[in-house]
Design a protein around this ligand. Sequence first.
Ligand code: GLC
Length: 736
Amino acid sequence: MRTIVLFAMSLFPVLCASAADVDRRIDDLIARMTLQEKLGQMSQSTSLKTPLSDAMKAEIRAGRWGSFLNAGDAKDRAEAQRIATEETRLKIPLIFGRDVIHGYQTVFPIPLGQAATWDPDLVRQAAREAAREAAADRIAWTFAPMIDIARDPRWGRIAESLGEDPYLASQLGAAMVRGFQGDSLAAPDSLAACAKHYAGYGAVEGGRDYNSAWIPEILLRDVYLRPFQAARKAGVATFMTAFNTLNAVPATADPFLLRDILRGEWNYDGMVVSDYEAVTNLIAHGYALDAREAARKSIRAGVEMEMVSTSFYDHAPDLLRAGEITMKEIDDSVRDILRLKFRLGLFDRRPLPPAPDHSRALVIAEKAAEESVVLLRNDKNVLPLSKSVEKLAVIGPLADSPVDQMGTWSMDGRADFVRTPLAALREMLGADRVIYARGLINSRNHSRAGFDRAVRAARDADAVVLFLGEEAILSGEARSRAFLNLPGAQEALVDAIAATGKPIAAVILAGRPLTFHDAATKIPAILYSFHPGAMGGPAIARLLFGDASPSGKLPVTFPRTVGQVPIYYAHLNTGRPPLPSDLGVPMGNPANPQGYTSKYIDVDYTPEYPFGFGLSYANFQYSPAELSSNTLPPGGRLRITAQVANSGRRASDEVVQLYTSGPLGGSVARPVRELKGFRRVHLEPGASTKVEFTITTADLAYYNPKMQLVTEPGPYRAWIAPDSASGAAVSFEVTK
Ligand code: GLC
């Protein structure tokens, strides 16, 4: 009880301070700050090492830095904060930032895996637990959520994204903001969140990281900016600018993004930080002649804190003297930085939160892992396996690799928290009934020296679970791939194990969609797990043996081959859409080129698996959707319903999806479908439920060539479906 009272009392000063009080305190501070102190606040360093050096202590004492990222340990941060709040002239606290992307000590599925849950509240809970653990280590700011729309699986950072769809990414990104920031930023267990990377980073050409992004404004607004606007509406405390150029202007010096849209249209009052040395990267972009010009262009555009590079501190005094920047620009940046620190309670000696409850976090991590796994194939109902299996062969290096299971950006992840699939299967069946063979040293390994043992394990077993995919180091930042195949000799391993004729199920762990068309023809059952985090083992074991049913849905389209990329569901129809006769093309063989439609002559134009796709152990039937009306007047709303039944023998969750398209005949061509809603339902065998969505004209809005957000009259369609490629459309008219 005492802890709770102290905890509540600690919030008192900040919660009582009105915005006006805070502004007055900020104005007073700014009036007293020297230029060096102001520029110190605008500077973030990664150089706080363990132990804190005397030189760094002296710099902190002199007000050289306002923030540190990914630096030191909790003890160092405590000492640095003590110096800042007791030994500096103005006692301005530091803010410690860190990449708490999908968990801190307890690692949850990578964001792409959390997106596969389509479960905003679970995603919020995971972020909440991550905040509790990080805040206990004196972190007050996370560089998450990463809400770049990603439609190119060659891009390694698709792993950190929430997928290809702006509606899904908006819902989940906002949920992460709410989770990280909690009910009050001032609460000791809250983190300031950071909407990144603003903007257009996911559209880098060729899927090559840090490359150029060319996005027409209509697409920028309709797709790439929507999750950032949702994060803004959710109250995200900070934004981070992206490395890439957007239409030839680096996002870290783009007044269109930072002033016109973020401050002008969205009226944002949070703080903007650059990405890591992105300010001085302007020189390599050819956009700045030197660090002085980089500082000028970045400050003028609206970047307020410089991450790691020091061009602001080094050159702003001269730029001010030359009249190339104004003191108002400096003061506005410092104001936003100080307001963030006030909002976090840092000026009121933000206390440590109660010790985090890792067991609670691990329960949420298991649920998230379980909901994140997508069942892609289950021919002849190979899955779920029977627990009466005498001997189970578990094959593949990823079956027992804690670091890989945690995925990219898990630098604080505790490997001792990780339960691998191998350990979980041994615990479930008994170690004597599980035969393990790595087959390969790691996912990139080409040596077949381990094949014999793996084949023997399969031959000695009644069933085989083959773990395939990517190590964690093959996705994430600067990990773009030009091929999407299973790395190393994995495909040969599939052939060797398939040749034994044993019943096989595969579990693919990866940081992106991979292409495994041929392997899939040899494996009747495939579970796909975007690096599932600490509790991936128990989750996968429960799903393999039917203690739970898969319910994950793909947040991103899976191509048949990398040559189809970019491939995504919400595409335009083109003037010569493909015909059904354009299907059935032999993979990689332009045997019979014909026709004049938008297709390939050497692979089907359709994806391997579409956005929103995911099977379960149930058997869901959807009735045709029904509309409350066939017309929708401006400002109106209509209801769309469908009956969803489970005619199978097993219970399962199902993520029911609402798509719309239209109008035909408007001022722009519109995508063939766009996600507008989703609902997770649970159905026991034989049960059914009526699922209802509401559609308003605002839900249907899009940008016209004049950059006006409109919902033009005309014919529209809607689907209630299990994925983006299924379901029967119903039509309605938006009237004038
Ligand atoms: C990295 C990433 C960014 C991260 C930052 C701090 O380069 O682009 O997402 O938050 O630097 O580590």
